[in-house]
Design a protein around this ligand. Structure first.
Ligand SMILES: Nc1ncnc2c1ncn2[C@@H]1O[C@H](COP(=O)(O)OP(=O)(O)O)[C@@H](O)[C@H]1O
Ligand SMILES: [Mg+2]
Length: 273
């Protein structure tokens, strides 16, 4: 369907309230990915990116934000539970993405939430008191959500990334507490408006895996994996779910180079398509 036809269809559907309403589409900025997911992410929804350490989740999400800012005029917020600004800015600079400049232009905000994961655990080990109560942990999630909400309004952000939920797992070792915290956080983010990517880690590196709790709460799920076979390492990506879009569910290769991430939608990992 051509772009013009699609826009016309959206407009027509919106005219009949209660009838099907197609979501608007947001181009991802990841070369090759939009072809797999019918043009882009559904606007204002939450997408989960799952992958092991080193899969490229931070690069993927940063590319989504940076291209959003400079190619689609969509301001952006990066919520980091994993690494501080001092690490993040120079790392992203190697791909030509100048987040410092974007911040100075008031198009980007970096929220350093690493304290929630690492420092908090240290404190708990030191004091074993107040900070380890479930209530105080819950409060810290509420505080984070309010901070995110405030920053979204401050720059009218249209794209948000939370990287990575896995960092919170150490803070909530109890599975039930962790599940509650995850559900709370994802639900709060889904009410805020921007198109959001949340990353999380895959616990085993294999094609067979269990479904994660958080997958039920989100609109789309993308898996990034590094496969090792016969001495060859291959990076593979798969769109497992994207509600309201016709997706190509094949596992296809992707690369990371100095331009960031590129997906090859027409190449098969298992011989010719
Ligand atoms: N300039 C680059 N060229 C090629 N690969 C790179 C480059 N910079 C980082 N990488 C690769 O990217 C991966 C790290 O990406 P990152 O987004 O930090 O992963 P994650 O957040 O999933 O742990 C590593 O596997 C590293 O080899
Ligand atoms: Mg990372």
């Amino acid at each position: 369907m051509s772009y013009i036809n699609y826009k016309y269809l959206v407009k027509t559907c919106n005219m009949f309230k209660g009838e099907i309403v197609l979501p608007e589409i947001v181009e991802t900025g990841i070369q090759g990915l939009d072809e797999l997911i019918g043009g882009g992410f559904p606007k204002g929804r939450i997408i989960l990116v799952v992958g092991g350490p080193g899969a490229g989740k931070t690069i993927f999400t940063s590319q989504f934000l940076y291209k959003g800012i400079y190619e689609h005029d969509e301001n952006a917020l990066f919520v980091s539970l994993d690494e501080s600004k001092n690490h993040f800015y120079p790392e992203m600079q190697q791909f030509g993405w100048d987040f410092q400049k974007a911040e100075e232009e008031r198009k980007f905000i970096f929220i350093d939430a690493t304290r929630m994961s690492r420092v908090a655990i240290l404190k708990e080990k030191l004091y074993k008191g107040e900070t380890s109560s479930l209530r105080s942990k819950q409060l810290s999630i509420d505080k984070l959500v309010s901070a995110i909400q405030e920053k979204i309004q401050q720059i009218d952000a249209k794209r948000v990334v939370l990287d990575t939920l896995a960092a919170l797992f150490y803070r909530f070792p109890d599975p039930i507490e962790r599940r509650t915290a995850t559900v709370d956080l994802i639900e709060s983010l889904s009410d805020l408006g921007p198109t959001t990517i949340i990353t999380t880690e895959l616990r085993h590196l294999s094609l067979e895996r269990n479904v994660l709790d958080e997958e039920f709460l989100v609109h789309g799920v993308i898996m990034m994996q590094t496969l090792f076979s016969q001495g060859i390492t291959t990076r593979a990506i798969q769109v497992e779910k994207m509600r309201s879009a016709k997706v190509n569910p094949n596992i296809v290769p992707y690369t990371i180079d100095r331009n960031g991430i590129e997906v090859f939608p027409n190449m098969s990992l298992f011989g010719e398509v």
